[in-house]
Design a protein around this ligand. Structure first.
Ligand code: ME8
Length: 504
């Protein structure tokens, strides 16, 4: 049986359209899903929308819309955007779907029946922005929200609470495992938080309209975390649960990592289900040092970027530029620089030069390498394959791309060093010329195969120009020596035209 890989993104709040920060999360998940698929694994990439709660209800009300009509529109818009970004999701869960609603009610009832959820008179402080309750001790001086710093509202209500405190020791032990939450900085933060002591958390709200009713007490609505977090298991209907659970990887932003490494495992422990293997807390895409967010209104519209720079330009920038677990300051100049330098100059020129040389000195056909290769590019290709694999195992997409670009750069340098035009003029160098041209074409073919997780149009376009049918699909195609002598080169348009734009 082949291996399997279940990877999820967060489910995105349906209070507004997605911005470039959300796209970043989806693109990392997609790249990893594509990598595992290319390795022949049974992959499920889950994404979706978080459609209940006060933020969505307020937003719909502000627009004079009914909440269901509004979330329908947002879910459709998100799917259209993911289509344009070529996010290869296998399932898209919406928390208003019947499959989710029924499962949430079933899980809530089970947890109540076994005593992990109890009804409590709750008094404390509520942050309407974060939708979180805080006790007197956790609220900041002046009763401000410890998460966002906004004023808290005093609340007194009857709420169901989940016995999070009961799982303190198990959660601590889980976070002590080195790789459960990466990167390590986030793990240390989460561990420090847990060591302060976990308190039981409210899992229902009284009198909120837009949500899933508590089945045995319909005056209460299931709130935030039991509704949102359980999407990861609720989407796995039928035999897909046995096939894919536990998840291999939850990809979330650092702001919600804590919920995924504390509340979510505790819920699963209570339900007697296996725990996810890993949570990756990525950093934020910022604009002028501030997190891009819908509520801050500083969003970068992904559609216009896609229109201007194409899907592979946008994907490349985000996958390459943002460091593992780090924040990244978005800049259109940096995006343009990446396109012009890495994609147009390095990769585009290598393909253009190589196909030109093949046309000129090899009659437009891939020559037979014979036995005259010096093995330089074969070695660089093997290193790129090995390096990209190691980086991807650690979820480091930027480093994987850097490894691949080492091969591209080596090949460009090789053109200069070997000067095929000089070999063509020299007597008795036909064998060397053939080997050099073959190795250059083969380095490009390997590069195309290595790019399969990251770029969606480019690998096939490179294959096409090298006279190969279709696009690379399998990771194993990145092994050296796959190109057959005799293939007819089909030199085409530049891979990435330079973006002519004044760089500030
Ligand atoms: O938190 N840069 O939804 P959400 C990078 N519904 N990532 C960003 C970002 C930015 N500027 N802004 C947001 C929620 N994100 C809940 C999740 S999961 C069971 C429930 C990321 O729409 C954010 O960190 O506010 C999160 O991982 C995801 O987008 C959804 O954020």
């Amino acid at each position: 049986m082949s291996e399997r890989f279940y990877v999820t993104t967060a489910i995105f709040y349906a209070n507004d359209r997605l911005h470039i920060g959300h796209c970043y999360e989806s693109i990392i998940a997609d790249a990893l899903a594509r990598y595992h698929r290319a390795r022949g694994e049974d992959v499920c990439l889950l994404t979706g929308t978080d459609e209940h709660g006060i933020k969505v209800e307020r937003r719909a009300a502000a627009l004079g819309r009914d909440p269901q009509g509004w979330v329908d529109e947002i879910a459709a818009a998100n799917q259209a955007l993911f289509g344009a970004l070529r996010i290869s999701y296998d399932d898209f869960i919406r928390t208003t779907q019947e499959r989710h609603r029924q499962a949430v009610q079933r899980l809530f009832t089970q947890l109540y029946a076994q005593g992990d959820i109890y009804l409590d008179e709750y008094e404390g402080w509520y942050c309407p922005f974060e939708e979180s309750f805080w006790t007197e001790t956790k609220a900041l001086p002046g009763h401000l929200c410890p998460e966002c710093g906004r004023p808290l509202e005093r609340t007194r209500e009857t709420a169901y609470r989940f016995r999070l405190s009961k799982y303190q020791a198990q959660i601590e032990a889980l976070l002590e495992q080195k790789d459960f939450l990466v990167p390590a900085t986030r793990r240390n933060e989460a561990l420090a938080f847990v060591r302060q002591g976990l308190e039981d958390i409210a899992v229902s709200r009284a009198g909120q309209q837009w949500g899933i009713p508590v089945p045995f007490n319909p005056g209460h609505t299931v709130y935030v975390w039991i509704d949102a977090l359980t999407n990861y298991i609720n989407a796995l209907e039928g035999d897909r649960f046995g096939r894919f659970w536990p998840a291999d990887l939850h990809i979330v932003g650092k702001d919600i990592a804590r919920f995924h490494v504390v509340i979510w495992p505790a819920l699963l422990l209570a339900l007697g289900l296996p725990l996810p293997k890993q949570v990756y807390a990525h950093g934020w895409i910022n604009l002028n040092g501030e997190r891009i967010s819908k509520s801050r209104g500083n969003v970068i519209d992904p559609d216009s970027l896609l229109e201007k720079y194409g899907v592979d330009g946008v994907r490349y920038y985000l996958l390459r530029e943002v460091g593992f677990g780090l924040d990244c300051n978005y800049s259109e100049d940096a995006l343009v620089r990446r396109i012009n330098t890495d994609l147009a100059n390095d990769l585009g020129n290598l393909l253009s030069r190589t196909t030109q040389l093949l046309n000129k000195f090899s009659g437009g056909q891939v020559p037979d390498p014979g036995s005259s290769s010096d093995g330089v590019l074969a070695a660089a290709a093997a290193e790129a394959l090995c390096g990209a694999e190691a980086a991807l195992t650690q979820l480091r997409t930027g480093e994987a791309l850097a490894e691949i670009w080492r091969l591209v750069e080596r090949a460009n340098k090789y053109v200069e060093e070997q000067a095929p035009w000089a070999l063509a003029r020299a007597a008795g160098q036909e064998g060397r010329l053939g080997a050099v041209l073959y190795d250059l074409a083969e380095a490009l073919r390997v590069t195309a195969a290595l790019l399969v997780p990251f770029l969606v149009e480019t690998p096939g376009r490179i294959y096409g120009q090298l006279g190969l049918v279709g696009a690379p699909e399998r990771w194993a195609e990145a092994e050296w020596g796959g190109l057959q002598p005799g293939a007819t080169i089909a030199r085409g348009a530049p891979l990435f035209p330079r973006v002519e734009q004044a760089i500030k």
